[in-house]
Design a protein around this ligand. Structure first.
Ligand code: AMP
Length: 291
């Protein structure tokens, strides 16, 4: 595995791969790798394509400097995990990789809902680094996790708006034995770790109730109360939205997901799950399921 820090070295390696006619698969990460990241890498390693992983804890996507400072980092372990997976190139840019200027492009509504609402400027920060990565690497495929579903929608939009050639592969969320989505931030949970189980349980319960019928939208507020009562400090959001554009439910049947973000002792966790059947919202604010 080649460890690359400098842009000119990265560009010359990319040129080499391209001159050999090799396809490039790219996996952007913030490091502190776990089996969720590894599942993306394993998928990207199938076939004879080049696999490039980046590790960059992007300061622009943290609205809270303390959150950025506390974000888990494990450089040495990451490197040995990536070597074990036979990754071709690990790109670790330095902290000056992106400047703090505003993004000269509007992501629109998509950056202002869900994670964009309580983490102001988060997706603009994501967009800046992704645009830079895509411009430099111009990969054939970019591998992203379903766990950060809103991020996949934002990156698909960027690819379309800027005509990048990369195709997006969205990989299923890897969960632990309690169905908690693996996340680098899980390492920050100490004795309150057990509370994280409430996240997948809540999503699964909401989906079960929706699929059983007779689900009023206002029921979501009851779920928020229940999980707070069980000990979760803050529910940042709990919402049902359309999968395609993350807009709210309307009168037409569509594929939807339930999205959640909670904070446990200041550790912010997110997750989402798909509702298997198409649903719509009727005039009485009740969810109807397609047959
Ligand atoms: P991060 O390092 O958190 O920025 O994540 C890098 C990539 O790994 C993103 O595309 C994430 O969606 C993906 N990822 C993170 N956690 C998981 C997981 N539990 N299962 C699958 N993919 C994940």
């Amino acid at each position: 595995m080649l460890l690359v820090r400098k842009l000119d070295f990265l560009l010359s390696e990319i040129l080499k791969y391209k001159s050999l006619g090799r396809k490039i698969n790219f996996i952007p990460t913030m490091g502190s790798l776990h089996q969720g990241h590894i599942s993306l890498i394993k998928k990207a390693k199938k076939g004879k394509q080049i696999c490039i992983v980046s590790i960059f804890v992007n300061p622009l996507q943290f609205n809270d400097p303390l959150d950025f400072k506390n974000y888990p980092r494990s450089k040495k372990i990451d490197r040995s995990l990536l070597m074990k997976e036979d990754v071709d190139l690990l790109f670790v840019p330095d902290k000056n990789f992106i400047s703090g200027d505003n993004l000269p492009y509007s992501l629109g509504d998509i950056s202002k809902i869900l994670c964009g609402k309580d983490r102001h400027g988060h997706f603009e920060g994501v967009a800046k680094v992704i645009i830079k990565f895509l411009s430099l690497i111009n990969p054939d495929f970019i591998y992203l996790g379903e766990k950060d579903f809103q991020q996949t929608v934002v990156i698909k939009k960027i690819i379309k708006d800027f005509n990048f050639k990369a195709k997006v592969k969205v990989i299923s969320t890897v969960r632990d034995e309690n169905r908690v989505a693996l996340s680098s931030r899980n390492k920050l949970l100490k004795k309150n770790k057990y509370l994280a189980c409430l996240i997948p349980r809540t999503l699964a319960k909401i989906i079960e109730e929706i699929e059983n019928g007779d689900f009023k939208l206002s029921r979501i507020n009851e779920f928020k109360k229940i999980i707070k009562k069980k000990g979760i400090d803050k529910v940042n959001y709990l919402e049902i939205r359309k999968e395609s554009d993350l807009q709210k439910l309307g009168p037409e049947f569509c594929v939807c997901r339930v999205f959640i973000s909670v904070s446990i002792c200041n550790v912010r966790l997110i997750d989402n799950m798909r509702v298997k059947k198409k649903i719509k919202l009727n005039k009485e604010k009740k969810l109807e399921i397609s047959s």
